[in-house]
Design a binder for this molecule. Structure first.
Ligand code: ME8
Ligand code: MG
Length: 528
């Protein structure tokens, strides 16, 4: 069955500081979803990037005493470098300061202005710089924004987008498309928010207060509100309102990918993505994204949200230096149930990596390869043709589990249960380890070589299936392992069909014993 394309996006991050574990999480799982989609044979386009305009960034530049452009040009490197180091491979890295993006934003503004969807009025409201959001009196909680950020009173003339006009259409859309917002608890939160009358959206800032932004095409005294600018990156990146064959940004690409969009975000920016953005798209006459997937927060060990503004962040590169890039990716994918919060502590990281990667997967790999080298001259042994062996219930169960693993993982990914996919794979690896322990091929090899060979052939097969299915999560390590299995080049395309994955390894294929794939992490906590 041909897979539909997937256009997957992360938020474009504010460049006011260096990326922390929270940003790494969104970006790594987006990369993992993109890689799974490719593995299963679908066209894939993956976007990440940076959000470079607005008051928050302007203030950070001012603090450093440099021009905003200089500030963003230096800060963006932290993000680009971090993603390279974490094995993240986006198809496009968007920056809202790109010329083509600014032009698209201005063209959209002009179109909406001409259609009467944007008007001018005097305004007074409470502005949270940290969130770049206006609040009304009744939104405030104890004089702060609903998530506890400081606000300042702002009184000025501005331009507004007639967001309120789309309220009923949006509510109906969300109700008619139950998978539009994931998980459903977040959908209910948005529907709850939409029970109160929706206000119009202030989409400008007077240059007298903030000049770091995209100028309004119809009034040069103003720049564009940063969220209105940033959200449009998702369409400008593909080629909306462009026809630039050289860069690939064409209307054609836009039309083929856009309806297949998944926006991966943290729950902190649920309203901008599920209310502002859909209504903007409606006004532009564009279809809505297929799904908005909002994950929870990584909390600092003390329990509060990890946040640049609060300065309690863990650097993904520090953790990577201790445990390695692929184990870090695995931990992130595995340890947060997509949608829920989780806390990040190095001790938990090390315990899990040692238990699941070193002791379970790594141990299986080294035991099996060592025996194949010792008793089978580094070649894949034959399966037993002995019906007694084949009828063994423990063997039958394991074969069944392993054969179904790929379909199971595929179904998990389709439901955004990437953490559960890891659990399914781990369960098979654990069963394989027990099978090995029970069958003791190191003993049977001495009395019944074909029986030992059957066990090891099955173990190799399972290692092979697991390494293919874990490749999106641990691309470097699994790429290496597949080479040791002699499979690196002949695999990925073939794996798209469910029948082809079993018995990828053929009797007598040559193997190379890998070094320890997942060394146990020995790290003194508090030594840093
Ligand atoms: O909001 N736990 O950028 P931002 C999990 N520029 N994820 C976290 C997190 C945490 N503690 N902290 C941050 C913006 N994130 C806008 C987006 S999109 C058109 C514009 C992740 O730098 C999570 O994905 O504040 C969250 O939604 C995002 O970083 C916010 O990044
Ligand atoms: Mg933020």
């Amino acid at each position: 069955v041909k897979q539909p394309p997937l256009y997957i996006t992360t938020p474009i991050y504010y460049v006011n500081d260096i990326p922390h574990i929270g940003h790494a999480y969104t970006t790594v799982i987006a990369d993992v979803f993109a890689r799974y989609h490719r593995l299963f044979g679908g066209e894939t386009f993956f976007l990440t990037g940076t959000d470079e305009h607005g008051q928050k960034v302007a203030e950070a530049a001012k603090k450093r005493g440099i021009e905003p452009q200089e500030h963003v040009d230096s800060m963006v490197q932290n993000f680009e470098r971090t993603w390279v180091e974490l094995g993240v491979k986006p198809d496009v890295f968007m920056r809202t300061t790109f010329g083509f993006h600014k032009k698209v934003v201005q063209d959209c503004l002009q179109e909406l202005f001409d259609k009467g969807e944007i008007y001018r009025k005097d305004y007074e409201g409470w502005y949270s710089v940290s969130e770049e959001i206006f609040y009304t009196d009744k939104d405030l909680v104890d004089g702060k924004s609903p998530i506890g950020k400081p606000v300042q009173l702002v009184k000025e003339t501005n331009y507004f987008f007639v967001m309120s006009k789309y309220q009923d259409r949006l509510v109906k859309y969300i109700e008619d498309h139950p998978d539009f917002i994931f998980p459903s608890s977040r959908k209910n939160e948005v529907l709850g928010f939409l029970k109160s009358p929706l206000h119009d959206l202030c989409i400008s800032r007077p240059k007298s207060r903030l000049s770091w932004g995209i100028e309004l095409p119809f009034d040069t005294e103003f720049v564009t509100y940063v969220w209105f600018d940033a959200l449009l990156n998702y369409v400008s990146a593909l080629g909306y309102k462009q026809n630039d064959a050289a860069s690939g940004r064409t209307n054609e690409r836009f039309n083929s990918l856009w309806p297949h969009t998944t926006h991966l975000i943290g729950k902190d920016i649920l309203v901008t993505h599920s209310v502002y953005w859909p209504t903007m798209l409606m006004a532009l006459g564009l279809p809505l994204p297929k799904q908005i997937v909002a994950h929870g927060w990584w909390l600092a060990e003390a329990g509060e949200k990890m946040s640049k503004s609060d300065g309690n962040v863990v650097s993904p590169l520090d953790v990577k230096d201790i445990i390695g890039v692929d184990p870090l990716r695995y931990y992130l994918v595995r340890s947060m149930k997509l949608g829920n919060d989780a806390s990040f502590g190095l001790e938990d990281v090390i315990v899990r990596i040692n238990a699941e990667l070193a002791n379970t997967f790594g141990n299986l790999i080294s035991r099996v390869f060592a025996l194949v080298v010792k008793y089978f001259d580094s070649r894949v042994p034959a399966y037993s043709r002995d019906v007694e062996v084949e009828k063994d219930p423990m063997r039958l169960e394991l074969v069944e589990l392993a054969k179904n693993l790929s379909s199971k993982v595929k179904a998990r990914i389709a439901k955004n249960q990437v953490d559960m996919a890891m659990e399914d794979i781990l369960a098979v690896l654990m069963k394989a380890n027990s099978y090995l322990t029970v069958k003791e091929p190191w003993k049977t090899a001495k009395v019944d070589l074909s029986r030992a060979g059957d066990c090891l052939a099955l173990m190799l097969q399972i290692i092979c299936v697991a390494s293919v299915l874990l490749e999106p999560v641990m691309p470097k390590k699994m790429g290496e392992l597949l080479s040791f299995l002699g499979l690196k080049d002949r695999l990925i395309g073939e794996f798209a069909s469910d029948e082809s994955q079993w018995e990828l390894l053929k009797e007598n294929d040559a193997l190379v014993q890998p070094p320890v794939m997942f060394p146990k992490v020995e790290y003194e906590l508090g030594s840093k």
